[in-house]
Design a protein around this ligand. Structure first.
Ligand SMILES: NC(=O)c1ccc[n+]([C@@H]2O[C@H](COP(=O)([O-])OP(=O)(O)OC[C@H]3O[C@@H](n4cnc5c(N)ncnc54)[C@H](O)[C@@H]3O)[C@@H](O)[C@H]2O)c1
Length: 476
């Protein structure tokens, strides 16, 4: 077997291997935020695509041309490609096996209920549902974020379940798309990582991404490709997310220092961000990171490191997690301070106050509320007795599903009406550019917590609001 070496620029495949297929047919197994976006965008790139999921409702929605998530631009591309006949959806694994040459595994890998590690049961179910139906040579490509060692384990699973005489190979290609920018990230990735064990798998992956390379060529761009072994490919994703989480927690730790010393973390971040070695991105202090990736990935990374005897190397990620959690508590402390309530060992008693929470999603431009700091803080405020009115431009349905007991408002103004305190916890443009004078006309108390340091503080202060930011001194 010809094991490709790590490379970093050219997508060229080894010349000695015959081209397997110019345009393989692709399946994307698991049509959530990752898989649906991929299926839709790869159909747009000209591939014949089949999306597969166990959720019949999701499949029916996609098949009818309706994206079940909020992702800017995706709806229109879905409708176009379903109409063109390039894109179909199914819950039938036999159909998927018959259709596909390359099968991308895009199912969830959430945190296990009994610990910090990743729950791989969905990966196992996807592989063991597909493989017994395969009847010709195929490539299974993991895209889900997984602990190091998973690809080798998937290979073993395949070996156990594959019909006699059928050859199936495995590869791993971690995914870096960001919700809210997912269409762009899939069509124009800033890099591709292929973890492969054979030249055939390498070449199949190149063929499966030919549309991405062709688009780049027409736009005079290059897409860097890193070819690696399985372990490196798996680790790339955990390492990238560990770095990003650490950067966010770093600036939030600086926010804590600023709070204790009277300094302003926004100015501090600007000043250090001018250094190219540090950079401005991901350097905004606030309520911390959330979503379906960073929190569970840094925990799974630590758990796996412990299992393989390298736990000490990632002990700092525990601190990163703790700093992140403390930011959520900080908002409750600020609320108690603004509402003049003592903060005892059980936290403040906020009974009798109405608090408007603006934002439920873990960031703007998505409807995803999984491990959202905004929702977690809302829960805390409600648990401390406050009457909370929550509003989010796109995340209401998901928030209501996750937290049915909270009170939901129909609009920003409805939420703020009669509120004693307003908390901005997701940096949606609607909130960032809200008119503080108009909101002052409907609120009962003019107090605002800017959980993302995203408001124009002088403007809010001039409109009469008592303002609190994260890691910033109170305005005079
Ligand atoms: N969401 C992101 O921005 C993002 C970015 C990079 C990587 N990832 C990784 O991608 C993976 C998927 O994330 P997501 O956010 O799309 O999750 P998701 O929960 O939105 O989607 C997972 C989908 O898999 C389906 N599924 C579960 N079991 C199945 C099975 N046996 N067969 C077929 N389908 C099945 C579910 O019904 C669901 O639709 C995770 O490992 C995640 O860490 C996500």
């Amino acid at each position: 077997m010809n094991l490709p070496q790590a490379s970093s620029a050219s997508p060229a495949a080894p010349a000695t291997v015959p081209t397997p297929l110019v345009r393989p047919r692709l399946t994307f197994i698991g049509t959530g935020y990752l898989g649906a976006t991929y299926a839709i965008c790869f159909a747009e790139l000209g591939y014949e695509v089949l999306g597969v999921d166990v959720d019949a409702q999701k499949i029916a929605s996609l098949a009818s041309g309706r994206v079940p998530i909020h992702e800017p631009g995706l709806d229109e591309i879905l409708r176009r490609n379903v109409a063109a006949g390039r894109l179909r959806f199914t819950t039938d694994y036999a159909e998927a096996a018959e259709f596909g040459d390359v099968h991308f595994i895009c199912v969830g890998t959430p945190q296990r209920a009994d610990g910090l590690g990743a729950d791989l049961t969905y990966v196992e179910a996807a592989v063991t549902s597909l493989v017994p139906h395969l009847s010709r040579k195929a490539l299974i490509v993991g895209k889900s974020t997984v602990p190091v060692g998973t690809a080798a384990w998937v290979e073993q699973l395949v070996g156990k379940h594959v019909p006699t005489g059928v050859e199936v190979e495995v590869a791993w290609s971690p995914e870096f798309l960001q919700e809210g920018f997912a269409v762009e990230d899939v069509l124009r990735p800033n890099r591709l990582v292929f973890g492969v064990r054979s030249a055939w798998a390498h070449q199949m992956l190149l063929a499966a991404h030919k549309g991405v390379f062709d688009l780049a060529t027409t736009e005079d761009r290059e897409v860097p490709v890193v070819i690696s072994d399985f372990a490196t490919a798996e680790l790339v994703k955990h390492a990238a997310n560990a770095f990003l989480a650490t950067k966010i927690s770093f600036i939030n730790a600086m926010a804590e220092i600023c709070e204790a010393s009277g300094a302003d973390v926004s100015q501090l971040a600007r000043a250090i961000g001018y250094d190219d070695r540090i950079g401005k991105k991901f350097l905004r202090a606030g309520v911390g990171f959330g979503g379906a990736c960073l929190p569970k990935d840094i925990r799974a990374f630590q758990a796996r490191a412990q299992e393989i005897g390298a736990g000490e190397a990632l002990r700092f990620l525990h601190e990163v997690d703790l700093i992140n959690q403390r930011r959520r508590t900080r908002v409750v402390q600020l609320a108690a301070d603004l509402l003049d309530r003592p903060y005892g060992p059980a936290g403040p008693d906020l009974t009798g106050f109405r608090i408007a929470v603006l934002g439920a999603t873990f960031k703007p431009a998505t409807d995803d509320v999984r491990d959202s700091p905004a929702l977690a803080i809302t829960r805390k405020l409600a648990r401390h007795g406050a009457q909370v009115a929550l509003y989010d431009p796109k995340g209401m349905a998901n928030a209501q599903r996750e937290q049915p007991d909270l009170e939901y408002a129909d609009s920003m103004v409805d939420a703020v009406t009669d509120a004693d305190l307003v908390c901005v916890l997701t940096a949606w443009e609607e909130f960032r550019y809200a008119d503080p004078k108009a909101l002052a006309g409907v609120a009962r108390g003019l107090r605002v917590i800017d959980g993302l340091n995203c408001l124009d503080q002088p403007l809010w202060t001039a409109a009469g609001w008592e303002y609190r930011g994260m890691g910033r001194p109170n305005p005079a």
